[in-house]
Design a protein. Structure first.
Length: 195
């Protein structure tokens, strides 16, 4: 949801909202509830100020819990569903972690995360989007070039509820198909590691 500057200032100065935020953070950290923790994190980031140590602590717990959920799915060989709220937020955390690695040109780490994202969900559109990300990482295209070349920013900005870059320019599909062998090769590597 987009807030005006006035609404943000109002929230920052609303004691009942801040008390609720603090309580949500406390219970979210205790329960390791990804939805609550992301609500707190998104609010703190919206204020664009505050304690970076607090923000980092929340994000660390989010990431730790998301990676724990990922490990359980791998062990149980079950898929994430974007329709399930906890699964959705788990995928968000893994995706953001992958984008962070990608933005730092840590292509090997980003590759592993995008492979997981492209195989561990039941949504074919999401899988395809993650494969486009994966190809860009495998070809070591910088994140900024990837966004400029393949992401439809106009459509992305219209979707305020999306945590993922899922809107692509027309050339993204051909980019994916032209590099399908790269994906198959990366997937073979994963299968060989599991054996």
């Amino acid at each position: 949801m987009n807030y005006s500057k006035e609404e943000i200032v109002e929230l920052q100065n609303d004691p009942s909202f801040l008390d609720k935020l603090n309580e949500m953070e406390k219970s979210g950290l205790e329960d390791k509830n990804l939805v609550s923790l992301y609500d707190v994190l998104d609010s703190l980031l919206l204020f664009q100020e505050g304690n970076s140590e607090r923000i980092n602590k929340i994000y660390e717990v989010i990431l730790e819990e998301a990676l724990h959920n990922l490990k359980k799915r791998l062990e149980n060989e079950t898929l994430f569903s974007l329709e399930n709220q906890i699964d959705h937020y788990t995928l968000r955390a893994i995706y953001e972690y992958g984008i962070d690695k990608y933005s730092k040109s840590l292509f090997t780490e980003a590759k592993e995360l995008f492979i997981m994202l492209s195989i561990l969900t039941d949504n074919s559109s999401f899988k395809g989007a993650m494969q486009i990300h994966l190809v860009a990482v495998l070809k070591e295209i910088s994140l900024s070039d990837f966004i400029e070349e393949y992401i439809d920013l106009e459509e992305l900005e219209k979707d305020e509820d999306s945590f993922f870059m899922l809107y692509f320019k027309d050339n993204a599909n051909s980019f994916l198909h032209e590099n399908s062998e790269l994906i198959r090769s990366a997937m073979r590597e994963v299968r060989e590691l599991k054996l």
